[in-house]
Design a protein around this ligand. Structure first.
Ligand SMILES: Cc1cc2nc3c(=O)[nH]c(=O)nc-3n(C[C@H](O)[C@H](O)[C@H](O)COP(=O)(O)OP(=O)(O)OC[C@H]3O[C@@H](n4cnc5c(N)ncnc54)[C@H](O)[C@@H]3O)c2cc1C
Length: 492
């Protein structure tokens, strides 16, 4: 092979002497795990990254997937791609079920055991329904890419269903409730409101413009409580301007198919309930033999070693020091880099006990078009809002995405969605998936007796024309009278 060709050859194998290098097993390829992998690229170790998914998810932009602004692939990165930069890493898809700290092995879902010299637990957090009755069955969480896709597909299926009802002259409003007024709840409510304002009337002219109702419910009195008060007010004002109904100081007691019961026993209509509140560590960790705090997170010391173990680290959302850091991307990324530096130092025989020092780089959230907020951690630094805040938010999010294709796709899509002058003149083209309005109709009919609101609530209901005619719900000149039952209008 000539020299020019050799210089372009990609390194994908560890050095031949690497076979005897210590083995680092990293569980979870999220913000924390991926940064630990990247930090070990020059270390004299073999790295195995294990994740149940083959991709890493950029969760801060999941709400864009749920609201049809971005393609699911734009916010995920194939974890095997890391091998280009980290030739001493191998990827194994699998869900870790057990950890044996005596034998130094992890066991995967398929019972395969993988032994380690160093173990890094970076398996993140999961949704927490706080034992709210009905929440697991009826509310839609947004913690993973597939959950975000489910929300998007359900919204469009319900819009199609509502449009089919409106063709029959029945205006059954589509109520979407977002439970949780943190950054995620605010972002998804704002994105839905922008969609309603910019695109809905063009896409669904047959529907009454007021058909889509958006409500944000927050147990506390303030939205985004981790932000300064002026930013909390700004977010509330921007949502109100976008006609999002805010129910502040109202907790959710239970969730039904088309309703929410609040703590004060008020029942409100909610055809789609998005659960944007509550995360916690997975209960599965109980069986891993590592100490946990009251909130379920793994107990780590100030170097991020799991208490009681020299060679096991826990980083990101799953871990908490005595003073727990927020469950955010920056602490996760920085903790991944820190642990990589400790392992690299230790295998090189250097001191490896530096405490983790978190650098707060600020927090941000976007409410919608030209409206984002950025709170910087420096004294006297101004809070950024509006378009300036939006560009800062955009820059940071794009910078933190892994992969050049993702950066290009996200910046192009978000700039065309948000940076315009207010009214979209180009043809709206939301990123839709499989929209199964037939299934939505069946579910709507199936739950009729349990439904508390809307068309034919509490009564047995079928979409069949005949049954509607029998009940006298159709008039002679109604468009459905002309519909051919074979064309889908007649399906139950
Ligand atoms: C909707 C949403 C919006 C957010 N918005 C923001 C934001 O705007 N700004 C911000 O800073 N933070 C935000 N966050 C929080 C941020 O995403 C998390 O703090 C961050 O992802 C934590 O990183 P992590 O690596 O600890 O966990 P994760 O990124 O969750 O990664 C954990 C990985 O472990 C894998 N895994 C889990 N269990 C197992 C197992 N048993 N075996 C194998 N693999 C496993 C998972 O598949 C996943 O890939 C948001 C979170 C959500 C859900």
């Amino acid at each position: 092979m000539d020299r020019a060709k050799r210089s372009f050859r990609r390194r994908t194998k560890p050095a031949t002497n690497g076979r005897n290098w210590p083995h680092v097993v990293i569980v979870g390829g999220g913000f924390a795990g991926a940064n630990a992998v990247l930090g070990l690229r020059k270390a004299r170790v073999r790295v195995t990254l294990i994740d149940q998914n083959v991709y890493k998810t950029f969760q801060p932009l999941l709400y864009q997937v749920a609201t049809a602004g971005l393609n699911p692939g734009d916010v995920t990165m194939f974890l095997r791609g890391l091998q280009l930069k980290v030739p001493n890493m191998r990827f194994r898809q699998g869900r870790v079920r057990a950890v044996d700290t005596e034998q130094q092995t992890v066991t995967l879902h398929d019972r395969q055991k993988i032994s380690y010299d160093y173990l890094v637990l970076a398996n993140g957090a999961t949704v927490n329904f706080f034992n709210t009755p009905g929440a697991e069955e009826f509310a839609m969480p947004m913690y993973t890419r597939s959950q975000a896709i489910d929300i998007r597909d359900r919204i469009f299926a319900e819009l199609e269903r509502a449009s089919q009802l409106s063709e029959t002259g029945t205006n059954d409003k589509l109520h979407i409730s977002v439970v949780g007024g943190g950054a995620t709840g605010v972002e998804i409510a704002g994105a839905l409101a922008d969609f309603r304002q910019q695109e809905l009337d063009v896409l669904y002219p047959e529907m009454d413009p007021g058909t889509l109702q958006i409500t944000l419910i927050q147990r506390g009195k303030a939205l985004i409580k981790d932000f300064n008060e002026n930013l909390q007010e700004y977010a509330a004002d921007e949502l109100l301007k976008r006609k999002v109904e805010l129910l502040l100081g109202r907790g959710v007691k239970s969730v039904g198919y088309d309703s929410l019961t609040l703590q004060d026993d008020t029942v409100i209509e909610s055809d789609i309930t998005i659960w944007a509140v509550g995360v916690g560590a997975d209960d599965e960790i109980n069986r891993w033999g590592v100490p946990r705090r009251d909130n379920g997170r793994i107990e780590v010391d100030d170097t991020l070693r799991v208490k009681g173990f020299r060679n096991i680290f826990a980083i990101g959302d799953v871990a908490a020091q005595d003073e727990a850091l927020p469950m955010l991307a920056q602490p996760a990324m920085q903790s991944g880099k820190h642990v990589a530096s400790l392992i690299s130092a230790e295998v090189d025989g250097k001191p490896a006990d530096a405490p983790f020092a978190y650098r707060d780089l600020g927090t941000m959230a976007t409410i919608g078009r030209h409206a984002a907020i950025t709170q910087l951690p420096f004294e006297k630094a101004p809070d950024l809002t509006g378009s300036v805040g939006w560009w800062a938010w955009m820059g940071v999010h794009v910078m933190n995405l892994l992969g050049a294709r993702n950066r290009r796709a996200v910046s192009t899509n978000l700039i065309s969605l948000y940076a315009g002058m207010g009214t979209t003149f180009s043809q709206p083209n939301p990123v839709i998936g499989e929209v199964d309005s037939n299934r939505a109709r069946k579910e709507f009919a199936k739950h009729s007796s349990k439904r508390r609101f809307g068309f034919s609530a509490g009564k047995p209901f079928s979409y069949r024309e005949g049954s509607r005619r029998e009940r006298g719900e159709l008039t002679a000149d109604h468009p459905s009278h002309r519909a051919n039952p074979e064309d889908g209008h007649g399906l139950a």
